[in-house]
Design a protein around this ligand. Structure first.
Ligand SMILES: C[S@@+](CC[C@H](N)C(=O)[O-])C[C@H]1O[C@@H](n2cnc3c(N)ncnc32)[C@H](O)[C@@H]1O
Length: 241
């Protein structure tokens, strides 16, 4: 496979595959739309991708500043926004969530669908969380979700190509010492591999407190049930007034 050049993202090669690949992921959309509407907007979405969340948020009347390091994902997002008639409500910016090109201060910053797992190491995570904190007005919220894999999931999927959607294959290579997941995806035309790094919820909690947030809630799912030890955790953190 072709080497990535500097500035390229592993998502560039699969930008046209991302929506069909994540077609079944719908459970989080209503949750993020609710948060956006309650905030009044505008919203900064870090790792906006193809606008899977941002377009429904815009359709609910809330404007979104979407930051992503993949130019190809942003291109798909712009097309989707135009097709949905919400291009005017989406301000898409190519950039890194560790140093987002955003001067505005907003009541809500989101980082949906595990995009913070692209941060490697606590220094990078702290840096990213501090940047998110800076984007918020006092009292504003950071809302994001992450996962912590269970032993069963690891045992079931490790090192195997699984057909996630018709013609779309996904492979998870887990390193439980380094706590990284090397995730590969391919169809007959496109392929990419990316690394995700996970933490325990207690560690996310500690990082949020350390970077100046008050933790408002940690849910175990997008229906807002309290976290009770599952794989997913959904966080609401607040910049104190
Ligand atoms: C799993 S996708 C989530 C996309 C979208 N938020 C969603 O919910 O469908 C993660 C996104 O984060 C972006 N991303 C990864 N690392 C990034 C970084 N350091 N800075 C900005 N975007 C990043 C990727 O390009 C990708 O679009």
């Amino acid at each position: 496979m072709r080497q990535m050049s500097r500035g390229e993202s592993p998502y560039d090669a699969i930008a046209r595959l991302y929506d069909p690949w994540s077609r079944s992921v719908t459970e989080d959309v209503g949750f993020y739309v609710e948060e956006a509407v309650a905030s009044g907007g505008p919203v900064v979405e870090l790792g906006v991708g193809t606008g899977r969340i941002a377009c429904p948020v815009a359709l609910a009347g809330v404007s979104v500043i979407g930051v992503d390091s993949s130019a190809a994902m942003l291109e798909v997002c712009a097309e989707r926004a135009a097709a949905a008639g919400v291009a005017d409500l989406l301000d898409l910016r190519l950039g890194d969530l560790r140093d987002p090109p955003v001067r505005e201060r907003v009541p809500l910053v989101t980082c949906p669908f595990r995009a913070y797992l692209h941060m490697r190491g606590d220094d990078e995570r702290r840096h990213a969380l501090r940047r998110a904190h800076e984007l918020l007005v006092p009292g504003g919220r950071l809302v994001f979700d992450v996962f912590t894999p269970g032993a069963d999931d690891i045992a079931e999927t490790d090192g195997r190509w699984l057909e996630r959607e018709p013609g779309i294959f996904e492979r998870a290579d887990w390193d439980t010492s380094a706590r990284t997941l090397t995730l590969s995806v391919r169809d007959d035309r496109q392929a990419s591999t990316m690394v995700l790094a996970w933490l325990d919820p207690e560690e996310w909690h500690a990082l949020l407190v350390e970077t100046g947030f008050e933790v408002v809630a940690c849910y175990g799912w997008f229906d807002r049930r309290p976290y009770a030890g599952g794989e997913d955790s959904v966080w609401i953190a607040r910049r104190p007034t």
